[in-house]
Design a protein around this ligand. Sequence first.
Ligand SMILES: *Cc1c(COP(=O)(O)O)cnc(C)c1O
Length: 370
Amino acid sequence: MNQPNSGGADAPFGRFFLPGPTEVHPDVLAAQSRPMISHRGAGIQVLMRELDEGLQAAFLTKRHVYLSTSSATGLMEAAILNSGRRRVLALVNGAFSGRFAKIGRACGLEVDEYEVPWGEAHDPEELRKRLSSGDYGTVTVVHSETSTGVLNDIRSLAAVVREQDDVIIMVDSVSGFSAAEVRTDEWGLDFLLTGSQKALALPPGVAFGVASDRMLRRSAESTGKGFYFDLEQFESNAEKYQSPSTPALSVMFALQVQLKRILSEGLEARWARHTAMAERTYAWVDEMRDAGVALEVVAPEGYRSPAVTAVRVPEGVAAPDIVKAMGARGWVIGGGYGKLKPTSIRIGHMGEHTVEELDALLAELTEVVR
Ligand SMILES: *Cc1c(COP(=O)(O)O)cnc(C)c1O
């Protein structure tokens, strides 16, 4: 029997609005049932070349896009391990950006935080000030903070980093990627990483990353970077369209189908669809407020992620009860994350969802919050 709040096999498509994992289109799911192929044969090279070319179009890069058989956190750790052990300035504004700082310390690096309160974005001016000390070799930042729904202005933050001679910027766009504009080469990003199970709407199990020349030079000078997450190995294998170890073949079959879907929709159309869903959500919050239900979008205007919206619930209302009530009606939304759990809910309007499906969700949610 399907649990009421779990989605699952007998749930109709279009009711699963978790901010990751997200709902996977049936054609993409079905691709995973293809038989295995050898990960050392000619077939894998044909497949990996096709995937690389599709991913290059999505990442807006001429460089190889690495596939890592790990969740996205694996590539966050790879970024840190290949950064040359310089002092890190971690831009922290929520749970996932905080994780980047934790990974840095866990790998034995010196990490300082440029921290702003949860629900706020980072200021390029302030970043410039902090970098002018000359203390830092690496900046970490999260594009779309999935815990709060805040979108950082990666283009401006990266431009500030580029003013420095020898500082690299490593960007986690796990929930942002393919929902919000991000231009790897044009914006000068040294490492851009994402996961499969957020806006890319694939099953979990694979993460993607692109490294600049600067990043690969740092990798070459990195000591103690271990074996599995050595980016020089990723690069030399990518050049041959091979994988250093057995990759998650089934997710790659799914990716092959999903890339075709994404590129036939068009990257800019995909961004626009996400923006339309996000704006519909803000409009709904306003409608609810006009009707006397004091909801509030956590992220400030101008810094809102098109992939996920965290909504503060009225005082005296327990946010987890709303999530539960939606579950009982057969709809899945996200609970608040970490310290926002008691006071907020999260709507993951990302991946394959449409404004029409979102409207149906919001109609249901209206009845629940009233
Ligand atoms: C989900 C998420 C992660 C972690 O991804 P995993 O695939 O679970 O390791 C990291 N950063 C952000 C912004 C995320 O949304």
